[in-house]
Write a protein that binds this ligand. Structure first.
Ligand SMILES: Nc1nc2[nH]cnc2c(=O)[nH]1
Ligand SMILES: [Zn+2]
Length: 480
C-alpha cells in the first residue's frame, strides 16, 4: 500500500452484517494514495487527534486532513446492481404499461437511437454524471445492443472515474426489426469486441479494474437457443467474466419464456441449462421465483438485484426479499431505470422498505420458525446493507468495497444533513448546532437518526462528496 495521502476525521457509518452497522461519531480514517484504507481508529476525541496522528506517523505537514462538520457523515458509496443507461432519457414515461408492452412501445424506440454515436456520447456523459452525483459509486450498466455505443458508455464511466460493470445487450429475436441483432454470430462478435475494449481500459494499478465487462443476455425471450449456446461457450471460457440478465419479473414474461424453452422446467432452469447461473451472475427482479428456483439460485451462488421501484412502477409484483435473505441468497438493490423512475439508490432503499411492509401486511401467518426476515419490514441495518455491502457481494467485489476496513478501497460518500446542504426540510432539525446530548451515547443516537432520515427523505442535495478508489469524483461540492 502507498503512503497515506488523506485523513478524514468525523462521523462514519459502517455496514457490518444484514442486521448490524457501526455508528462512529468520531472516527479517524486514513486513505493511501492508491485509494485503499490505510488505517482507521474508531473513537478519537478532538483533543487526541494530533496525538493519534503522531502515533500513526502522520504529521500535518505531509497529509491533508478533512474534518467533517457536525451534521456531516461518511458512509460507503451506493452499489446499483442493475440499471439501463440508455433508458435514462425515458424516465417518468410509460408507467401505464406492463413489461412486454412497455419494452415494445417505450423502451426499444429509445434504445434504437443509440446507433447514433454522437447521441450516445452526449447522453451517456450526462447520465453517468448524474448517477455519480446521486451517490452510486459502483454501477452495473446495461447498454444497448450496439457494440460501439456501449464502448462509449464504458469510456465515459472510465473517464468520470466510477466503478462499473458494462455490458451490451444480446438480443436476436422477439424484438422489432429496427432493433434486433441479425444473427447469433454478430451478437457474439460484438460482445467479444466490447469485452476486449473494456479490458484494454484498465490501468494496471487498480485491481480489480474500475470498469469491467459483463455478459448481458437481455433476457431469455430475446435470445435464440443458438445464441444461448454461444453465450454459454463465452461464459465457460472466461469464469471471471460477470453475467447479468433479467429473471421472473412479470407473469406474461414467465409464461412466454416457458413456451420458448419447453425443455426447461423453469425460468431459472433455462439460464442454468446454458451455464449462465454462477457466483458472478446478477439476476434482476426475481419477483415470482418458485421455491425450487430459489434453491437453484442459492446452489449456484448467484445474486439477486432487487428493483422495487421498477417492480411497483411496471406493476410486476413484490419480490420476496426477506425469504431470499433467509435462504442465504445474496441480494443487492437496483434502480432498473427506466422501469424504475429514479436513478437514485435512495429511492430504491425507500421502495425496498415499502415493498417489505406490503409483504408484512399481507402475511396472514405468524413468522415461521427459523425465519429472520420473511414476512417482516426490513430494518434500517438490512436496507443499508442491501444498498452497500450486499450489492458488493452480488458483484463479487465485497473484499474491495461496500464497507470500511483496512485494505478495502475508499469508495465513499460525504453526506450532509445540515441546513446548508439545501436538502429536504425533514433533515434540518438540530444538525447545525451541537448535539443535544453531547455524550458518547447521545452522539451515537443522533448520528443514527441522521442516517435514518437521510435514507428515508434525503436526496442528491445531501451528498456533498462522492469518492471512488480514494478519488473525489462527484457530489454537490464537486466542481464539474
Ligand atoms: N425492467 C426491464 N426488464 C426487462 N426485461 C428485458 N428487458 C428489460 C428492460 O429493459 N427492463
Ligand atoms: Zn432491467
Amino acid at each position: 500500500m502507498s503512503a497515506v495521502s488523506k485523513i478524514y476525521y468525523g462521523a462514519v457509518i459502517n455496514p457490518e452484517t444484514l442486521t448490524s452497522y457501526q455508528v462512529l461519531p468520531r472516527c479517524l480514517l486514513a486513505v493511501a494514495a492508491s485509494g485503499e484504507i490505510a488505517w482507521l481508529v474508531e473513537d478519537v476525541e478532538d483533543s487526541l487527534v494530533q496525538d493519534t496522528l503522531a502515533q500513526k506517523g502522520c504529521t500535518d505537514a505531509d497529509v491533508e486532513i478533512f474534518a467533517l462538520k457536525h451534521g456531516e457523515f461518511i458512509m460507503p458509496g451506493f452499489v446499483d446492481t442493475h440499471t439501463h443507461a440508455p433508458q435514462v432519457p425515458n424516465i417518468g414515461s410509460g408507467q401505464q404499461y406492463e413489461l412486454l408492452d412497455w419494452l415494445q412501445n417505450v423502451t426499444f424506440p429509445m434504445e434504437a437511437k443509440f446507433s447514433d454515436l454522437e447521441f450516445a456520447r452526449a447522453t451517456y456523459k450526462s447520465v453517468v454524471r448524474r448517477i455519480i452525483d446521486y451517490g452510486t459509486t459502483t454501477c452495473c450498466y446495461y447498454g444497448t445492443l450496439h457494440g460501439e455505443a456501449t464502448k462509449v458508455l464504458a469510456n465515459t464511466v472510465n473517464e468520470l472515474g466510477q466503478r462499473a460493470f458494462v455490458g451490451k445487450c444480446n438480443m436476436n429475436r422477439n424484438s422489432p426489426d429496427y432493433y434486433v441483432e441479425p444473427s447469433p454470430e454478430a451478437s457474439i462478435d460484438a460482445t467479444l469486441d466490447l469485452i476486449k475494449h473494456i479490458r484494454s481500459l484498465a490501468p494496471s494499478t487498480s485491481s480489480p479494474p474500475l470498469v469491467q465487462p459483463i455478459l448481458t443476455p437481455r433476457f431469455a425471450i430475446s435470445c435464440t437457443d443458438e445464441l444461448m449456446e454461444k453465450l454459454q461457450k463465452v461464459a465457460a471460457a472466461d469464469p471471471s467474466l460477470a453475467i447479468q440478465t433479467h429473471i421472473s419479473e412479470n407473469r406474461s414474461e414467465i409464461e412466454f419464456t416457458l413456451e420458448l424453452f419447453p425443455s426447461s422446467k423453469s425460468y431459472a432452469g433455462v439460464y442454468d441449462r446454458y451455464g449462465l447461473l454462477r457466483d458472478n451472475t446478477i439476476l434482476a427482479h426475481a419477483v415470482h421465483l418458485s421455491d425450487e428456483e430459489k434453491e437453484l439460485v442459492k446452489t449456484r451462488d448467484s445474486g439477486i438485484s432487487h428493483c422495487p421501484t421498477s417492480n411497483f412502477n411496471l406493476s410486476s409484483g413484490v419480490a420476496p426479499v426477506g425469504d431470499l435473505l433467509d435462504r442465504g441468497i445474496k441480494v443487492g438493490l437496483g434502480t432498473d431505470v427506466s422501469g424504475g423512475f429514479s436513478p437514485s439508490i435512495l429511492t430504491a432503499i425507500q421502495h425496498a422498505s415499502i415493498a417489505s411492509k406490503v409483504i408484512a401486511l399481507q402475511s396472514a401467518t405468524p413468522l415461521q420458525q427459523g425465519s429472520k426476515f420473511a414476512g417482516q419490514a426490513l430494518p434500517i441495518a438490512t436496507l443499508l446493507y442491501l444498498a452497500t455491502l450486499g450489492g458488493a457481494q452480488v458483484c463479487c467485489i465485497e473484499k474491495q468495497i461496500g464497507s470500511f476496513a483496512v485494505g478495502k478501497t475508499f469508495d465513499a460518500l460525504v453526506v450532509n444533513v445540515r441546513s446548508d446542504s439545501n436538502g429536504p426540510p425533514g433533515l434540518w432539525g438540530t444538525a447545525q448546532s451541537m448535539p443535544v446530548d453531547d455524550t458518547s451515547e447521545g452522539r451515537r443516537k443522533e448520528l443514527d437518526g441522521f442516517l435514518e432520515r437521510f435514507m428515508f427523505c434525503g436526496d442528491d442535495r445531501n451528498i456533498s462528496r462522492v469518492y471512488v478508489q480514494g478519488r473525489w469524483i462527484g457530489g454537490t461540492s464537486f466542481r464539474h
